[in-house]
Design a protein around this ligand. Structure first.
Ligand code: ATP
Length: 306
């Protein structure tokens, strides 16, 4: 009993932590099948993706019974477009992506992809459809090739290199003495935040998902690295339904839709221009950021709604 309890308890803690960071969930789900909080419905069918439309319909959600986190959250991401979510820390932004990936089920309302309630489709097909570029990419103590191919074991060498090229990390890898065979991670080469995000982008490109979640890093990269990553993301978001959990306004000015979340409620929505014209919470955030930056009309800097 004791012997069984300790590892399961340990795995439970690990599961919660990883779930929280949205990192490496696929691997974890394979390891921890028995720890899922949500289960496939007995008659679950594979998700059939046509355009990749994402709908949150009047979603209420709480992690714990006593504290509601999302209130009547209702929005649609049209196929192939980008929706960005902004709001102060703790407003519920990352919770939206956890729900879309079905780490948890909603309390009321529903989430649908191309009209199919995500509770009625197999989790395997759901998670195959959604790619995540997480805040912090976990690298395994293995080769850089393994780390890129991870999530898509069938990938050929050529496909791995093509993904690395598209993520602008191929030249860096080639410059290493052992190239793609270089060991990375805790006990190998340490990659910078930007390099790690590029590995995550290459991984996602190999996965080629219809729906993309980009959970922007809270800690800013230096501005050149940031701009490069943004340009790449724009590339991979093209033609994919994309949800950006934004911590900086720089990432979202050209999103098709921006949602402003406040204490779990959508208080404003529209394009950047519409929200500026509205002169509400978003416009205030923008103005504050501009004042701090002293660079008119140039997006950037940390998001601050307080
Ligand atoms: P940030 O910008 O700081 O990343 P966020 O807007 O993404 O914040 P969420 O991570 O969605 O915020 O969290 C929303 C609320 O839910 C917070 O008050 C947080 O404390 C709470 N919360 C998050 N995860 C859990 C959990 N696993 N159990 C209980 N409460 C949680």
């Amino acid at each position: 009993m004791i012997q069984l309890y300790i590892p399961l308890n340990f795995l439970g803690v690990l599961y919660r932590e990883i779930k929280q960071s949205l990192a490496d969930m696929e691997r974890l789900f394979k390891l921890l099948d028995q720890h899922r909080e949500v289960a496939d419905a007995p008659d679950a069918k594979p998700l059939v993706v046509s355009g990749g439309e994402v709908r949150f319909e009047h979603v209420d959600f709480s992690y714990e019974a006593k504290r509601q986190i999302l209130f009547d959250v209702d929005f649609t991401i049209r196929p192939g477009t980008t929706t960005a979510v902004v709001g102060h820390s703790g407003s519920g932004k990352s919770t939206l992506s956890r729900l879309l990936f079905r780490f948890y089920d909603v309390q009321s309302g529903r989430i649908a992809i191309d009209g199919q309630d995500i509770r009625k489709v197999t989790q395997e097909s759901l998670r195959r459809t959604i790619g995540i570029v997480p805040q912090d990419t976990v690298l395994f103590n293995d080769t850089i090739e393994y780390n890129i191919a991870y999530g898509n074991p069938q990938a050929s060498r050529e496909e791995i290199i093509a993904a690395a090229r598209a993520a602008y990390i191929h030249d860096f890898i080639e410059s290493l003495p052992d190239g793609y065979a270089t060991m990375v991670g805790e006990r190998g080469l340490k990659l910078s935040g930007g390099e790690k995000q590029r590995v995550a982008i290459a991984r996602t490109l190999l996965k080629d998902p219809a729906i993309l979640i980009f959970d922007e890093a809270t800690s800013a990269l230096d501005s050149r690295a940031e701009q490069a990553i943004q340009a790449q993301l724009k590339e991979i978001a093209r033609d994919r339904t994309t949800l950006v959990i934004a911590h900086r306004l720089s990432t979202i000015a050209d999103a098709a839709q921006i949602l402003v979340l406040d204490h779990g409620r959508i208080i404003e929505r529209g394009t950047h221009a519409e929200l500026i014209a509205r002169d509400g919470a978003y416009a205030q955030m923008w103005a504050r950021q501009q004042a701090r930056q002293e660079v008119p009309a140039s997006p950037g800097g940390d998001l601050d709604m307080e």
